[in-house]
Design a binder for this molecule. Structure first.
Ligand code: FES
Length: 97
């Protein structure tokens, strides 16, 4: 990673992957760096990819649907604990502020 490169941004793609852009390191579960010369990678968030952690487009065949609006993600970050399922969160709280 370059010291002066743009910091990484992660964009939740509606009904699709997480797009990682900028200066990042992709690491395996055991902590080893996975070499990539790409400035953008798509990480699977539907769980259907055969190339995990990378997106292989399977979300389209699976008709994965999740808008992941900023309000929903903020709500999850505020209220979710490890092991919380999305349906356990009270979605009415999203717009209660
Ligand atoms: S998000 Fe694309 S295969 Fe899972």
């Amino acid at each position: 990673m370059s010291e002066h490169a743009d910091p990484a941004t992660i964009t939740v793609y509606p009904d699709g992957p997480l797009l990682v852009r900028g200066c990042f390191e992709l690491r395996s579960a055991d902590g080893r760096v996975i070499q990539t010369d790409r400035s953008v990678v798509a990480l699977c968030r539907c769980g259907r990819s055969r190339l995990k952690p990378l997106c292989d487009g399977s979300h389209k065949l699976a008709r994965f649907s999740d808008s992941a609006s900023a309000e929903e993600v903020s709500h999850v970050l505020e209220f979710a604990r490890p092991g919380t399922r999305r349906n356990d969160l009270d979605r009415d709280d999203i717009n209660s502020d």
